[in-house]
Write a new protein. Sequence first.
Length: 121
Amino acid sequence: MKKLPKLVFFFAMVVPSAGCLNATFVPTQSMAYSPRDLHCDIEVISSGVPEGKRYKELGIVEAKGSWWKSDLEDVLPKVMEEGCLAGGDAIIIESNDTYAEGRDGIPVQRISATVIRWETE
């Protein structure tokens, strides 16, 4: 009878975290910048770069979340973390898609963003 509480505890810990969440950064230039803190204060741009601001593109981040981790609130922080680790000052959201995957219609959220660094004059 003691094994049942352990089994219930195991499933209580595993099931909520079973959603899949991953992100990949692909550099688009040869010069690498020092990584920033994982939870740095990175700017998120979704409607175009402010006029007059110049930047260098560091690379592209693609992130995907499914199951319980398929909301924008789950996936966007992962994109921001990758942008910080790439040494970026901001990310420009290029696409944000929600769709169902597979025969079971598993919910999926996919974000693609460009990681940039502001140019100083």
